[in-house]
Design a protein around this ligand. Sequence first.
Ligand code: NAD
Length: 269
Amino acid sequence: MLHGSTELVAIVGSPITQVKSPENFNRWFQANRHDLAMLPIDIREDALDAFIATLRGWQNLRGVVVTVPYKQALAGRLDEVSERAAALGSVNVIRRQADGRLLGDNVDGEGFLNAACLNGFRAEGKRALVIGAGGVGSAIAWSLCQAGVASLVLSDASAARCQALAELLGKAFARVRIAIGYDSLQGFDLVVNATPAGMGGTGELPLDAAQLDSLDSATLVADVVTSPEITPLLAAARERGCAIQTGPQMVFAQLGNLGHFMGVTPLQL
Ligand code: NAD
């Protein structure tokens, strides 16, 4: 139930009907008796400047979760962003300070790492492959480097995106061996699909089906795709005896990071 005293957070994107954050946050607010609520906001791109101006003046709004397609567009419109959000050029969460200033961060990579940790993965000294050097792949790659992987291999249908991400990470994390492209999956502790391949039941794999034969059963295989929960890649990995991590696990593991940045939940829910 909303009251005059209820403080708000929001999630903004377009479209917005598919997001699960309002259910997740509102259930948590209710269960913990917080006078807070999350609103879904579907906004047109040509209204973003007006939206930002409204956020600055919106006194009972604590923060905003940002989803597709505005993670990059909003990053450049805030008063301050974290080091990783500045490097990645994208935000997925905004905190509104009491004076109206807007601060941004990108916790996609943290959500991924939280879920991986729950699946028994520790990044220090490990060898990881991230397929997909777009928004979410870049955030995951950044967090893996920050958490101390020894080596990271990047792959993307766009060679230019891969190269740009490799250069960015190489500058920020001199200790990590960064490479582009792979032939075999052998020897990776972690393989991540951070592309939309497999989304919506297309049956598509983000890699050559023959490469799956080189997958070790000791490798953790993760997918960012949320629907279906078990993507073709995860199904194939499970058949080969690998531990798997789903897209919804990453979404769920990130709720505390989002809520904590907005100042409305603890870091761990
Ligand atoms: P994006 O468009 O920024 O990046 C996708 C990248 O994948 C692009 O660089 C593209 O060139 C590459 N690509 C596409 N198909 C490929 C293929 N078959 N092989 C190699 N590279 C390929 O998109 P994004 O914002 O990074 O989102 C990617 C996916 O992640 C989406 O499906 C999105 O729904 C999902 N996502 C999940 C979470 C989560 O918490 N689980 C969070 C954010 C995004």
